[in-house]
Design a protein around this ligand. Structure first.
Ligand SMILES: [Mg+2]
Length: 180
């Protein structure tokens, strides 16, 4: 098994389907394999951190209170399943006017690293977009591209993206980590 200090997870398209700008708890659901994957990794002493761009807030499409409800729901589900979650870091910046917090900027990762003493170079980033892979690489992490969400399009648009590995979904990512 590969032993990572922390497993970073993108949110939309990685742990839950991404219909675009999820603005209420009613629109949010986990993939049916998500907790299968997370529980198997948690049993092997892995801990997690969610890092998500949520520009829908700056675009006026998502109410911050609803985003907070969704993130509380996510945190509760992790807790119910005994999956250790260090935090949900989110950035509401609009891409046209973004700070280094917004992926592929590294701001949220550095915050999490400081808050929880994370060794980034011994960690892995799992996500479905180019930005997820880019920031993971920039920080010296392993990177796993999942083909759920925007994953297929990410490869078509960026044939030279070259993550550590490409897998069908989060469950396959867990299998790879546990068998590597
Ligand atoms: Mg995503």
């Amino acid at each position: 098994m590969k032993k990572y200090n922390t497993i970073f997870l993108d949110r939309d398209g990685t742990i839950n389907p991404d219909p675009g700008y999820i603005s209420s708890l009613e629109q949010f659901k986990f993939y049916d394999f998500t907790f299968d994957a997370l529980i198997s990794l948690a049993k092997n002493k892995n801990r997690f951190c969610i890092i998500t761009n949520q520009s829908g807030v700056s675009r006026g499409l998502i109410n911050p209170k609803d985003l907070n409800n969704i993130h509380n729901y996510i945190k509760n589900k992790f807790m119910e399943n005994s999956v250790p979650l260090l935090g949900v870091y989110f950035c509401i910046d609009h891409p046209d006017n973004s700070t280094p917090r917004r992926k592929p900027g590294s701001g949220m990762f550095l915050e999490a690293s400081k808050d929880h003493k994370i060794e980034l170079k011994n960690s892995v980033m799992i996500g479905d977009s180019k930005d997820d892979i880019q920031v993971g690489k920039d920080l010296g992490m392993d990177t796993i591209l999942v083909l759920t969400g925007r994953g297929e399009k990410t490869i078509t648009d960026n044939p030279d993206i070259n993550p550590t590995i490409i897998v069908d979904n989060l469950k396959k990512a867990a299998d790879w980590i546990l068998n590597e």
